[in-house]
Design a binder for this molecule. Structure first.
Ligand SMILES: Cc1cc2nc3c(=O)[nH]c(=O)nc-3n(C[C@H](O)[C@H](O)[C@H](O)COP(=O)(O)O)c2cc1C
Length: 302
């Protein structure tokens, strides 16, 4: 039988599935349930310095081929979240703490606090708008490099930078993460999108624009991982539209060492982790792959 264990740098995983940030990550209890359902690791909701309320109006709508959600950055704040991490650590799988900040200099202290709370690794959510405008931090390779370097000097645990597809120079940003000493890259976050309700002639979301996730964005995620794999040596975690084992295999063959599942929980429930693992294993057995490692990046071979 195929061996599903894998590693993302120093982080060892019993299987290649992780819970993606923002989905069921609000409380330690829900992270524990995800651990019990068979995930290889969990990522917390993105946490900032201060508590922040959610937006009013619909915040998540299901479209034909994906989900549209408001990037509200609602969270209880880093101090309050310590208790949730403590609970989540009982799940006996790696807990990856996701952090976001309004400014470069806030990332280091925030990441350090997340590490002190007990997170085994950090994921940097770089989708927050720049101080000057609406452009995401993730769109500016220099800024991303600065954030990654700040965080690396503040913590000892592995640091993964989560990249956004809403940028022009994805590969340059990935290279900046590597040059700054980042331990890995997570790709991708949601795609900026919009839906309009014809009957009322208004945007469906109160904030007009939201983040698209789920099956609709899988080809964009796979393409992003493929390109990043050719540009950097550090490990990649693939995310975007993973619902089945074959979706996970696509990401792995593009170059990912693990995948995250967010919308998949909405579509398949908590069984999605075990289901994806069983389907990956069946695929490997049928096709003669003994280890995840044997599939990583093989779509690049001529
Ligand atoms: C409801 C919802 C909330 C999310 N919140 C966060 C978040 O707090 N931080 C983050 O980095 N990504 C967040 N994301 C993005 C996911 O982590 C993931 O990158 C994206 O949804 C693509 O994966 P999927 O197709 O498996 O959902 C959120 C996604 C959804 C659907």
């Amino acid at each position: 039988m195929a061996d599903l264990s894998t590693s993302v740098g120093k982080l060892k995983l019993k299987n290649p599935t992780m819970l993606a940030s923002g989905v069921l990550g609000d409380s330690g209890e829900s992270l524990l349930r995800v651990a019990a359902s068979g995930a290889g690791a969990v990522v917390t909701k993105s946490i900032g310095r201060e508590p922040r309320d959610g937006s009013s109006g619909p915040s998540l709508v299901q479209l034909e081929h994906g989900l549209l959600n408001v990037d509200g950055f609602a969270n209880p704040g880093i101090d309050e979240y310590a208790a949730e991490i403590r609970v989540a650590l009982g799940g006996e799988i790696p807990v990856i703490g996701s952090v976001f900040a309004e400014d470069v200099e806030f990332y280091g202290p925030l990441a350090r606090t997340m590490e002190l709370h007990g997170a085994h690794a950090l994921e940097l959510n770089l989708s927050y708008p720049h101080a000057e405008g609406l452009e995401e931090i993730a769109g500016d390779a220099d800024l991303v490099g600065k954030v990654a370097a700040e965080v690396k000097s503040a913590v000892k645990v592995p640091v993964f930078a989560k990249l956004s597809p809403n940028v022009r120079e994805l590969v340059a940003v990935a290279r900046a993460v590597e040059a700054a000493g980042g331990d890995g890259i997570t790709a991708i976050s949601t795609v900026r999108a919009m839906s309009i309700a014809p009957d009322v002639a208004r945007p469906v979301l109160g904030r007009k624009f939201g983040g698209l996730s789920g099956p609709a964005i899988k080809p964009l995620g796979v393409r992003s991982v493929f390109q990043i794999y050719e540009a950097v040596e550090i490990p990649i975690i693939g995310v975007g539209g993973v619902l089945t084992g074959l979706d996970a295999v696509e990401y792995i063959m593009a170059g990912a060492r693990a995948v995250q599942i967010g919308s998949g929980v909405h579509y398949r429930g908590l069984d999605v982790f075990q289901g994806v693992c069983q389907e990956v294993e069946a695929f490997m057995d049928e096709n003669g792959y003994a280890r995840i490692e044997d599939m990583v990046g093989i779509a690049h071979e001529q």
